[in-house]
Design a protein around this ligand. Structure first.
Ligand code: NAD
Length: 243
């Protein structure tokens, strides 16, 4: 496994939930962290404080990653303060639980923009720095919904399936440059997103319980350290979708 000590990671949507656990998991193996947040400033500062107690540098940066100007400001701030982003985790995302017949064009546009376009924008912005270093890790947080539809809706499932295409293309294009791109496809990991979705029930999961954020973070840390896995989707879903 590659030594991650002193590497710089950017995790989007890292103030709460899966993003927070990934940020803290990476810090435990020696990574310095840029904690992007959208609305939860106090929580983001809390994550940074917990990372600093591990002896790592941490910086909270507010930005809506679905907007290119904000992505530019975000990454520039991180580069100036922590250095080149070497590990990118595209985690920021939203789910809108709506009856099928009520999903409108605006809802489609919103989910595709926030969940999928954001990953493209941030990846495009950080890849030149990774290429210059001949080392990089792109980790996209997709969903079981990409494979089986899931419990949110077609707009969410399509946004998460799009992330798999993004992953495959970046993996292909960058495979000779020391840069890997992989996806994690979780299901029903107990966060605010799941707690607020009445369709998310533990009995849907073969292992019979919700997942824990640390169980996703564990895989992200593994992917950050492994230079021989690329273009893959690691399913962290209690056996819901088997490949
Ligand atoms: P969460 O709601 O706790 O966290 C999502 C985070 O993304 C929040 O911090 C939110 O503020 C941030 N965010 C949303 N829009 C943003 C924007 N425009 N710019 C910056 N940040 C933004 O949910 P979670 O369960 O921790 O979800 C994390 C990721 O995992 C999401 O992409 C979600 O789709 C995916 N996921 C979660 C599950 C699950 O079971 N929890 C399953 C599959 C996939």
């Amino acid at each position: 496994m590659d030594d991650l000590n002193g590497k710089v990671a950017l995790v989007t949507g890292a103030s709460v939930g899966i993003g927070r656990a990934i940020a803290e998991g990476l810090a435990k193996v020696g990574v310095d962290l840029a904690v992007n947040y959208f609305q939860h400033q106090a929580e983001a500062e809390e994550v940074c404080a917990s990372i600093r107690t591990l002896g790592r540098r941490a910086l909270a940066v507010q930005a809506d990653v679905s907007k290119s100007a904000e992505v530019e400001r975000l990454v520039k701030t991180v580069e100036e303060s922590l250095g080149t982003v070497e590990i990118l985790v595209n985690n920021a995302g939203i789910a809108r639980v709506q009856p099928l017949a009520e999903i409108r064009e605006e809802d489609w546009d919103e989910l595709i923009t926030v969940n999928l376009k954001s990953a493209f924008l941030v990846t495009q912005r950080v890849v030149p720095g990774m290429r210059a270093r001949h080392w990089g890790r792109i980790i996209n947080v997709s969903s079981v919904a990409a494979h089986i539809g899931g419990v949110v809706g077609p707009h969410y499932a399509a946004s998460k399936a799009g992330m798999l295409g993004l992953t495959h293309s970046y993996a292909n294009l960058l495979v000779r440059e020391g840069i890997t791109a992989n996806s994690i496809a979780p299901a029903l990991v107990y966060t605010q997103m799941v707690a607020s979705n009445p369709r998310a029930r533990a009995d849907l999961i073969p292992v019979g319980r919700f997942g824990k954020v640390e169980e996703v973070a564990d895989v992200a840390v593994m992917l950050a350290g492994n230079g021989y896995i690329t273009g893959q989707t690691i399913n962290v879903d209690g056996g819901w979708y088997m490949t």
